[in-house]
Design a protein. Structure first.
Length: 217
């Protein structure tokens, strides 16, 4: 199976398993999605979804959030980790949205990535899941699976993102990045598979004797 065939096979298998791709982070606006994605850094989606109801009951828009004391934000989001940094970013970006964007989340990578606490991956999630623009957010899990499936030899998430965008049709990017995450959580976990165990790994690496050692993101 050559690389092009691997891309096609992976896409077809993921579509069979996950024809629907609900957004894992609970939100009811692009602003609350942005905050939830920011909180998800080095934290599980489950934990974020446990924390955000209290935060969003306090403030679910940038105008209200900008008035909340940072210490109060930090106390609520503490279970998500990195609370000093994340609370400061939430407060500061909310003030910027009020001042520069009339309280609306900007619809561009450049503007999003200029906001405090918003990197390329967070911006990509908001652009794809919030605004439905083609994007391929790559986290450490997608990076790991892309290497196990021999879709990328990228030494970092930036190169892996480029390789996946090149191999998959642009119209499938938004769906595929979620499908890969779902598959990784269910069948191809960091410790549960070494590139030979799960169905996709066993097919794309047929006959492989040794484990696949992936580059850390």
């Amino acid at each position: 199976m050559n690389k092009e065939e691997r891309f096609i096979y992976v896409s077809k298998e993921l579509q069979k398993l996950y024809p629907k791709t609900p957004i894992p982070l609970d939100h009811d606006s692009i602003y609350t999605l942005l905050v939830a994605v920011l909180l998800s850094a080095q934290c599980t989606d489950i934990r974020v979804n446990q924390v955000t109801p209290a935060l969003f009951s306090l403030a679910d828009n940038p105008f209200d959030m900008a008035l909340v004391d940072i210490d109060e934000i930090r106390e609520i989001i503490k279970p998500c980790g990195l609370s000093p940094k994340k609370s400061r970013a939430i407060s500061e970006l909310s003030k910027i949205l009020c001042k520069d964007y009339e309280g609306k989340v900007p619809e561009s990578f450049e503007a999003l990535e200029a906001l405090p606490g918003v990197g390329h991956k967070t911006a990509s999630v908001v652009m794809s899941q919030g605004f439905n623009h083609p994007a391929f957010p790559v986290d450490t899990h997608i990076h790991r699976l892309a290497q196990r499936w021999r879709l990328s030899k990228g030494k970092n998430v930036t190169q892996t993102e480029k390789d996946l965008k090149k191999g998959f049709p642009i119209e499938d990017w938004n769906k595929l990045h979620l499908q890969i995450i779902f598959y990784g959580r269910e069948f191809c976990t960091a410790r549960g598979c070494d590139g030979r165990v799960c169905k996709i790994c066993s097919v794309v690496n047929k006959g492989r004797k040794s484990p696949i050692v992936t580059n850390k993101a």
